[in-house]
Design a protein around this ligand. Structure first.
Ligand SMILES: Nc1ncnc2c1ncn2[C@@H]1O[C@H](COP(=O)(O)OP(=O)(O)O)[C@@H](O)[C@H]1O
Ligand SMILES: [Mg+2]
Length: 250
């Protein structure tokens, strides 16, 4: 995915300012950076949920503006930051919803397998027949992630997916993201505030600041004491654990 000069303005205020970068295929790329830096706005523009004022997003050399909605839905699925499903659905029904761009309302045996796999990834087996409004916020969040995974698209975008998740389920999600990438060849794009999840489980980091990219590159090049201090304005220590960078702010 190639992003060139992406710009968004609201009421004359530029909130994303000429952002350009290429997201490597079959890798995990995490967007990090302060609140209001423009991460969600970029995620929404690269999935065509909102229109940019300038710039373009290319998927396999084709401007996404030229894709039919259904075609785009087959290629790319997104979990946005604010989700509020108000329908009386069970977990399984919600996850099955993720298959609709492919199958209409008819669930094939292959669909059922993909749904089962998504439910298993998010460890929702015992909740699959419960209604969403009977779940905790974290359980609902996991059901929404399972729905996005069930879309089985090449590109999977998750905006702050660890919101509401306890440390066990957040870690399970990050391991699932790695498997989606390493075993199924998916390209995963995340927005994360837990910098250590980004550092430990991503291949590439795109560090946002003030509507632009402060730094983009392989995780080891971006997660350094100097870069993190420059981006966040506070002193981090960076250590390496199991060959992966981890940062400590105290
Ligand atoms: N619909 C909107 N109308 C006006 N301003 C917006 C809108 N959406 C986002 N913004 C502003 O754009 C900036 C970037 O927001 P966002 O992309 O959500 O940041 P992040 O996800 O990095 O926290 C913020 O200052 C936010 O207030
Ligand atoms: Mg956001």
């Amino acid at each position: 995915m190639n992003i060139q000069g992406l710009t968004k303005r609201y009421q004359g205020r530029t909130v994303v300012d000429g952002v350009s970068f290429s997201i490597p295929k079959g890798k995990v790329t995490s967007l990090i950076g302060p609140n209001g830096a423009g991460k969600s706005t970029v995620m929404s523009m690269i999935s065509r949920l909102i229109a940019q004022d300038e710039g373009l997003v290319e998927l396999d050399g084709t401007h996404i503006g030229h894709w039919k909605s259904r075609e785009l839905a087959r290629r790319l699925a997104i979990l946005t930051q604010s989700n509020n499903i108000q329908m009386k659905l069970t977990v399984r029904e919600l996850v099955a919803f993720g298959r609709f761009p492919y199958s209409g309302s008819r669930i094939t045996a292959e669909d059922a397998e993909i749904i089962d796999r998504a439910i298993a990834y998010m460890e929702l087996e015992e909740f699959q027949d419960r209604f969403l409004d009977e779940l905790s916020g974290g359980q609902r969040q996991r059901a929404l992630i399972a729905m996005v995974i069930a879309q089985d698209t090449e590109y999977i975008l998750l905006d702050e997916p660890t919101n509401n998740l306890d440390i066990y389920h957040a870690t399970n999600l990050m391991k699932t993201v790695r498997r989606l990438c390493d075993e199924l060849g998916k390209t995963v794009i995340l927005v994360l505030h837990e910098i250590n999840y980004a550092a430990f489980y991503s291949d590439y980091i795109c560090a946002f600041k003030d509507g632009g990219i402060a730094k983009f590159g392989p995780v080891h090049e971006v997660i350094t004491k100097e870069n993190l201090s420059a981006i966040y304005g506070v002193e981090f220590e960076v250590q390496t654990v199991k060959g992966r960078p981890l940062s400590i702010y105290y």
